[in-house]
Ligand binder design. Structure first.
Ligand code: ADP
Length: 184
């Protein structure tokens, strides 16, 4: 049983690491960014509503995200655990999630904070070249992260769920650090 929440700035490597751990542990990797990008490609209502926010580097409104995550965490494949990547991203989302996990009696094991320096982040994101990886948008995403998401570090530290991992290492070294956290 593995239930993990990934925190960290855009470009910290959350997606890459969450995917590797999801393969190791055989639990679904739930990325709100991936879900939203698929919705944009599919041209669904959700995608059409989310696209402008994503391209500007803003958070999409909570109202679009909360139902989506509740529905996802109620699917059968989450019974053995899950790895959340990109959610929660602000305090209302974190409070909603705490309540939801209480309701389904599935508290998170850990909240992992992937710590990475700003210059490394910008360089990695510029390299990645996704549609929202233009420099101006990257800077906005970092600012949104500092203002809205970073406070969650204290939120989870106060609940004694936070584990910080140094993300300024190679992909393999970060993966090793994370495996050690999970094994305990
Ligand atoms: P990154 O971690 O590189 O910023 P993500 O794939 O996690 O990328 O997210 C891409 C975009 O999707 C965000 O900039 C935001 O617009 C939207 N998004 C993803 N998750 C959330 C969320 N939990 N709440 C609001 N918006 C979100």
């Amino acid at each position: 049983m593995t239930r993990l929440i990934f925190l960290g700035p855009p470009g910290a490597g959350k997606g890459t690491q969450a995917k590797m751990l999801s393969d190791d542990c055989g639990v679904p990797h739930i990325s709100t960014g991936d879900i939203l990008r698929s919705a944009v490609v599919a041209g669904s209502d959700l995608g059409n509503q989310a696209e402008g926010y994503m391209n500007a580097g803003e958070l999409v409104p909570d109202q679009l995200i909360l139902d989506l995550i509740q529905e996802r965490l109620n699917q059968a494949d989450t019974e053995t655990g899950w790895i959340l990547d990109g959610f929660p991203r602000n305090l209302p989302q974190a409070e909603f999630l705490t309540h939801l996990l209480d309701q389904i009696s599935q508290p998170a094991d850990f909240v992992i904070n992937l710590d990475v320096e700003d210059e490394i982040i910008v360089a990695r994101l510029l390299n990645r070249g996704r549609q929202d990886d233009e420099e101006k948008v990257i800077r906005n995403r970092l600012q949104v992260y500092r203002q809205q998401t970073e406070p969650l570090i204290e939120f989870y530290r106060a609940r004694q769920q936070l584990v910080s991992v140094d993300g300024n290492q190679t992909m393999e070294a970060v993966h090793g650090s994370l495996q050690r956290v999970i094994i305990g």
